[in-house]
Design a protein around this ligand. Structure first.
Ligand code: FES
Ligand SMILES: [Fe+2]
Length: 355
């Protein structure tokens, strides 16, 4: 299975990375990450070029890593700076180094061509520092599921009525159609459920007892970031679609990191425009999300087990699948573009002529 490589992925929460050498697996690659003396994060291929011992099994010498087998030492750019017992350092003695950027307590890593890494393309979260909003980091949810299935679950408002009946959905949304549109890099699937009973989430957190207007906007940004904008406002206020800030509004952010072909980590956090700085509210939102995401995990892992078995026929598509279908098409196109570009820019001739 191929991945989009020219993209920023979340490598971890800032709190997951410290002075210790730690191994992370991202897009099937083993990477050792650690904090340098200046506090910034280094990310290197976790495999010594000599006998392939993972560098994470070695030890740090200042900002360098010394391999635990024969002591070859690499700096944080991946360059070999020492080979015990010899003076020359061959050009092949290096490990790959990955560009890393840290912001909003999140560590991002670039997995593709280094010269294409542009930090201005990292997903921006303007509400993070906005006093009208409160940001709160949640968990890292481990899923034995392919990331495309995880992602399509995040552009799929229709499942909440059935998978999350106590928190994010209820029966009143079962038959409300889903609209799908695209906005730049985002695929947006959304719907409003007007004048109906509040869902469990907003009974507990928002304290709504009377009927509300509720919205779900699922923004899925290729390749691996999703923002779910959902909220409720009293039905009697009859707010317009672009007046969502008047209601209790929450953004659930999901950063998916494909680990292997059948394993994904979904790091989630949330932002809200109400109950600002209220730690109890953060805890109660966390608790409800943990219930809901556990329900998603069960569904997604059961699907993966079926996908791994021999297929009898192709899965069918139904009306609510538009968002997931656009997403998969875009991902395929991105992978295809990277592949074609690689061929076009490859200056090595396909044939080698011997004289
Ligand atoms: S395996 Fe790393 S120095 Fe030999
Ligand atoms: Fe869900």
């Amino acid at each position: 299975m191929e991945f989009v490589r020219n993209a920023w992925y979340v490598a971890g929460w800032s709190s997951e990375i410290d002075q210790e050498l730690r191994r992370f697996t991202i897009l099937n690659e083993h990477i050792v990450m650690y904090r340098k003396a200046d506090g910034t994060v280094a990310a290197l291929e976790d495999r010594c070029p000599h006998r392939l011992l993972p560098l994470s099994k070695g030890r740090r010498i200042g900002d360098d890593i010394q391999c635990g087998y024969h002591g070859m030492t690499f700096d944080c750019d991946g360059k070999c700076v020492r080979i015990p017992g010899q003076n020359n350092l061959p050009a092949s003695a290096y490990v790959d180094a990955f560009p890393v950027e840290e912001r909003h307590d999140i560590v991002w890593i670039w997995m593709g061509d280094k010269d294409k890494a542009d930090p201005s393309e990292i997903f921006s979260i303007p509400e993070f520092d906005d006093p009208a909003w409160t940001a709160h980091q949640g968990d890292a949810l481990h899923l034995k599921s392919h990331y495309l299935n995880v992602a399509e679950n995040l552009v799929d408002p229709a499942h909440v009525s059935f998978v999350h009946p106590t928190t994010l959905g209820n029966a009143s949304s079962e038959n409300v159609p889903v609209h799908v549109s695209t906005e730049g890099k985002a695929i947006v699937a959304w719907r409003w459920i007007r004048d109906s009973e509040p869902i469990g989430f907003f009974k507990t957190f928002g304290g709504f007892t009377e009927n509300v207007d509720r919205w779900h906007y699922y923004y899925l940004y290729t390749p691996c970031t999703a923002v779910i904008d959902f909220g409720s406002a009293p039905a009697r206020d009859n707010i317009a679609e672009d007046e969502r800030n008047k209601g209790n509004r929450i953004f659930a952010l999901h950063f998916m990191t494909p680990v292997t072909d059948s394993y994904t980590i979904d790091r989630w956090m949330h932002l809200r425009n109400t109950a600002l700085e209220d730690e109890t509210a953060s805890d109660s939102i966390d608790a409800m999300f943990r219930i809901a995401f556990q329900e998603d995990k069960e569904v997604l892992e059961a699907i993966q087990l079926e996908e791994d078995r021999p297929a009898k026929r192709r899965p069918i598509r139904i009306a609510i699948d538009k968002g997931p279908m656009v997403y998969r098409k875009r991902i395929n196109d991105m992978i295809e573009r990277e592949r074609t570009h690689d061929v076009a820019s490859n200056t090595t001739p396909a044939f080698v002529y011997h004289d």
